[in-house]
Write a protein that binds this ligand. Structure first.
Ligand code: 1QQ
Length: 385
């Protein structure tokens, strides 16, 4: 075999490899770090599903100017340490353009600093605690904060239930539940409600009867429970077993349908706010609901609506970058394009709002969306009129 022939053979062997890697490199890699196992997976799995549905649709329509989006999905198990590991893997090994997640605010507080130090976007679609976007200018979220939602929820609850006093129970070692408590307390004070008593628990607790017994003795008109769904359902079941009849009022943790599955009748009368309205007749929402049902065989929830919309928000920003001539969008150009991006999706109109930033340090962007208020009736979230 002469040199020419062996070169040709070598090229024939290498050429497909060369094109494969080019095509591969051309994909826009987006990291998804969500809780896919453990108690927080009741939020994380619907979130992942929303991203995957949006990616299918965007890619079927030609991706971003012909370049497909490739999701790189990792399980952060709802744990801080795992969120840090997964963030490092996605950012430095997989070299993704940006990362969605983690699921819980608790984990975003642990992983977010990596994004702000390494200058890539960390985009939460389910983080509602105060201070998430104060971590730095690379932190974004599409989930409205408890401090935007709770005052609206409480106002509706007070006017419908004519309540004057409340007992509070919350977890004192989770960022979302602690922040939910601060926000509820301030909002109760602002709306001239009397706080009859406050009780706390720790993550993983299963017996809440001692705290509930103390609250019961104070005869509050309602129980404020800024809890995650797992503990929230147990608290409701144990409150009813003690004979407590008060309605529960909660935050984003209660927006999982699993709360109703786990608490059953004990959840009846619970009041919660959410930016997503499942019966919203808009074509965007109706399309989302039927496409989700078709792909997964189950109805979507608020968390999947938020992640579905979030990938479209990023796709809109990337399309914008591509239109302005920069097809090889980089981490910084995405960061700079996102704040101006608006979208109409399953959750309605969406826009970002600059976070104020504590101590005037540069901050990220929050969701500018208002909530609907729901009451759980006959095992369903029903809009409060
Ligand atoms: C947070 C939350 C959770 C209830 C959502 C998964 O809002 O941790 O911020």
């Amino acid at each position: 075999m002469n040199i020419k022939t062996s070169c040709r053979l070598l090229m024939a062997g290498l050429l497909p490899l060369f094109f494969f890697s080019l095509a591969h490199a051309a994909d826009i890699k987006i990291g998804v770090a969500e809780a896919l196992t453990g108690p927080a997976s009741q939020y994380g799995i619907p979130i992942r599903n929303g991203f995957e549905l949006a990616a299918d649709e965007i890619n079927a329509q030609g991706g971003i100017h012909g370049v497909p989006i490739q999701l790189v999905v990792e399980d952060e198990r709802g744990k801080k340490e795992e969120a840090i590991n997964v963030y490092k893997k996605l950012a430095f090994r997989d070299k993704v353009l940006m990362i969605f997640g983690p699921t819980l605010s608790n984990s975003m507080f642990a992983a977010g600093p990596i994004a702000n130090a390494a200058h890539f976007v960390a985009f939460g679609t389910s983080n509602t605690a105060t201070g998430i976007t104060d971590m730095g200018p690379y932190t974004f979220r599409s989930s409205p904060m408890e401090s935007d939602v709770v005052p609206v929820t409480l106002k509706s609850a007070i006017s419908h239930l004519h309540i004057r006093t409340a007992g509070i129970i919350y977890g004192n070692d989770d960022a979302f539940t602690k922040s939910g408590y601060d926000v509820f307390r301030k909002s109760l004070e602002d709306q001239h409600m009397v706080i009859a008593g406050t009780e706390t628990y720790s993550r993983g607790d299963v017996d809440f009867k001692p705290q509930l017994t103390k609250l019961m003795a104070l005869h509050p008109d309602a129980i404020i429970c800024p809890c995650l769904s797992e503990e929230g359902a147990n608290i409701m079941l144990q409150a009813r077993s003690l004979g407590m009849k008060q309605p529960f009022i909660g935050g984003n943790g209660f927006n999982s349908p699993q709360l109703i599955q786990n608490a059953g009748k004990a959840a009846e009368g619970t009041i919660v706010g959410s930016p997503w309205f499942s019966d919203n007749p808009s074509p965007e929402n109706q399309h989302f609901i039927s496409a989700y049902r078709k792909k997964y065989g189950t109805p979507p929830n608020q968390f999947s609506a938020q992640s579905y919309d979030a990938l479209y928000i990023v796709a809109d920003a990337l399309n914008h970058i591509a239109l302005s001539g920069n097809l090889n969008s980089d981490r910084q150009s995405l960061r700079d394009a996102l704040p101006k991006t608006t979208h109409i999706g399953a959750t309605g109109k969406f826009a970002f709002r600059p976070a104020h930033g504590q101590d005037k340090k540069p901050a990220g962007y929050d969701a500018d969306q208002l909530p609907f208020v729901y009451v759980i009736k006959n095992g369903q979230f029903v809009l409060m009129k």
